[in-house]
Design a protein around this ligand. Sequence first.
Ligand code: AMP
Ligand code: ZN
Ligand code: FE
Ligand code: FE
Length: 289
Amino acid sequence: MDSTGLIDLHIHTSASDGTFSPQKIVKMAKKKGLRAVSITDHDTVDGNEEALKAGTEIGLEVIPGVEISVEWEGRPVHILGYFIDVKNKVLQSTLKNLIAFREERNPQIIKRLNALGVNILYEDVRTIAGDGTAIGRPHFAQVLIEKGYVKNGDEAFKKYLKRGGSAYVEKKRLTPHEGIQIIKNASGIPVLAHPYSIDGIKNKDLEHFILQFRGMGIEGIEVFYPLHNPQQTLKLKTFAERYGLCITGGTDFHGEQKPDIKLGSGFGALKIPYELIIKMREKRGGKPR
Ligand code: AMP
Ligand code: ZN
Ligand code: FE
Ligand code: FE
C-alpha cells in the first residue's frame, strides 16, 4: 500500500470552536496537498458528516473523529477518538450530556463577566457561535473582542477566561474511564491528546502518566503537535513505541480563532506522515469503519 503523503488529524470546525465549516476545511486541506484529515471537534461529532461528504466529492480521506475533555486528578485531560462510528447511540447521548454541561456552565461565565463590569449577554455568544454549535470559551473571547473589551483572544483568556481566570467556571467532565470507553464502544481508537499541554505536567512524570492512561485503555499518543519541540516529540514517540501505542499527530487548527496555527503539515518543521493512519488501521484489525 502507498504510504506517502501528509496528514492533519486534529482540526476544529464551526461545529465547535473553529471558525471554518467542515466543507471549507476539506477544501483547504486538499488545496494544501494533504492526503487525509480528521475533524476532532470538542464534544460533538456533528461536523463529520459534512466533512466526509466533501472528502468523497473532492478526493480527500476523512477519518471520523472527536475530542473529549476528561477530569484527571482535578485537571482537564483531552482524549481524541479516531475511526469512531459517529452514529453510535451511547456516544451520541454522552456527547449530548456534555453539551448540556456546557449550557449549564456558559450562563455562569456571563454572570462572572457581568460582575466584572463586562456588559455582554449570553445571546451575543450564541449569535456569534451560530446554531447547533458546541459553545465554548473561544466564542466568549470573540464577543469580548467584538465589543472592545480586549484586543485579541490571548488577552481574553489571560484577563478573563483561562483556567483560574477571573471569569473562569469549571465544566463538568467525564472521568478518563468514561471518556475512553465511549470511544472504544463506538469502535474508535482513544488517543491521549497533546500530553505536554496538561496543567502542571512535568517531564519526569510523563511516563508514569502515560502508563496510567494506558491502564485505563488509551491506545495512542498525539506525538506530532505544533507546540512540541523536537525533544518532546522524540520522547513521546519513544514512549508510544515502548508501550505499543499508536502515534498520531495534528495541528489543533481552529481557523481565525488561533491565527498562529496553520492547517496541515509539511510546510514547516511539522511533518505528519500518512503512514500513521495505516498503522492505526492495522491496530483496529477488522473492526467496522
Ligand atoms: P472550553 O471547551 O470552553 O473549555 O474551551 C476550550 C478551548 O479554549 C480550547 O480548545 C482552546 O481552543 C481554547 N483555549 C483554552 N485555553 C486557551 C488560552 N489560554 N488561550 C487561547 N485559547 C485557549
Ligand atoms: Zn478548541
Ligand atoms: Fe485539546
Ligand atoms: Fe483540540
